[in-house]
Design a protein around this ligand. Structure first.
Ligand SMILES: [Zn+2]
Length: 87
């Protein structure tokens, strides 16, 4: 058996073995980014990078809920909303 033959056999490559090139891209522990400013998330303010961005996102929510253009909100509905607040 020559050395070449052995190489050929070894190159059929259906094995689970991976060469760690580190270019897998998606993987466990990949860092997510702040949806507001695309900076790396902070563990403390996930999924945001900082309290600043968390506040911005919160502001968007409040905007959508309480400042709907052309949709008059009766005092009754406001009270309902207050009840559902389980923050
Ligand atoms: Zn941010």
């Amino acid at each position: 058996m020559s050395a070449r033959e052995r190489q050929g056999l070894g190159k059929t490559g259906k094995g689970p073995r991976k060469t760690g090139t580190g270019k897998t891209g998606k993987g466990p522990g990949s860092r997510l980014k702040c949806p507001i400013c695309r900076k790396p998330q902070s563990a403390e303010f996930r999924p945001f990078c900082s309290k600043h961005c968390a506040d911005i996102d919160l502001g968007h929510w409040l905007d959508g809920r309480y400042a709907v253009p052309g949709a008059p909100v009766s005092s009754e509905e406001v009270e309902k909303d207050a009840e559902q607040d389980d923050g």
